[in-house]
Design a protein around this ligand. Structure first.
Ligand SMILES: [Zn+2]
Length: 224
């Protein structure tokens, strides 16, 4: 055990103390929650001495244990969501149909209800679930914010799906194709799917590919 010097209110002096990790049970939201608490005991009187950082740690462990026991999403996972999906906390909250500051409060450590936690858990684990919120509520985002988040989700979807294909396109081509898809009302992924399905259905590419001279080339050749 570590030995630290702290002020003991019983002995009224600085004393060395023993730090111990002990099982503790506390009531939180009407439930008895068991967790491992870190306590410091005065070496002289064996009374508990106050160490601020232990109080904070213990509170976090109590909350963590409550989350585990009730299958509530962890604070770490909550805070990862806006980073994962390239979205701000407030817009995310609005996308989910919540109050503007609800998500921020959860990020600050507020305990979500089971119902809200289930949504957060699914959003965290399933990019396509998040994408459904992004697509249905995109009108509340600026075009730039929407695009940024959409790119982030598509990137995650490509990585998470073993059947995905990553294609590198020449500069400008992707943007041009994005605009085309937007104009005809389909996503880039849908456009590629249409192309692939058409190819498989007819067992041929949906346009001709040939290395024979084109009519323009023939003309040029003939002219020479
Ligand atoms: Zn003491």
């Amino acid at each position: 055990m570590n030995s630290n010097i702290v002020y003991c209110e019983i002995c009224r002096e600085d004393v060395s103390c023993n730090v111990e990790n002990i099982p503790e049970t506390q009531t939180f939201k009407g439930e008895d929650i068991q967790f491992i608490a870190t306590v410091a005991k005065c070496d002289k009187c064996n009374g508990n001495v106050f160490v601020g950082e232990f109080m904070e740690d213990n509170l976090k462990r109590l909350y963590d244990a409550y989350r585990v026991k009730n299958d509530i999403i962890s604070l770490e996972h909550i805070c990862e969501i806006p980073i994962k999906y390239g979205i701000g906390k407030r817009p995310l909250s609005l996308l989910l149909g919540w109050g503007e500051l609800t998500f921020t409060r959860y990020c600050d450590g507020d305990m979500p209800t089971k119902q809200y936690s289930n949504i957060l858990n699914r959003v965290y684990n399933d990019p396509s679930y998040y994408l459904s919120f992004l697509e249905s509520n995109k009108s509340i985002l600026t075009a730039v914010a929407y695009k940024k988040s959409e790119r982030a989700v598509q990137g995650l979807l490509e990585k998470s799906k073993p059947n995905s294909i990553t294609i590198y396109l020449d500069e400008g081509i992707r943007e041009e194709f994005d605009v085309f898809c937007e104009n005809v009302g389909i996503s880039v992924a849908t456009a590629f799917n249409i192309f692939i399905r058409a190819t498989l259905r007819t067992r041929t590419l949906p346009f001709s590919i040939t290395d024979a001279p084109t009519s323009t080339n023939e003309k040029l050749v003939n002219e020479n």
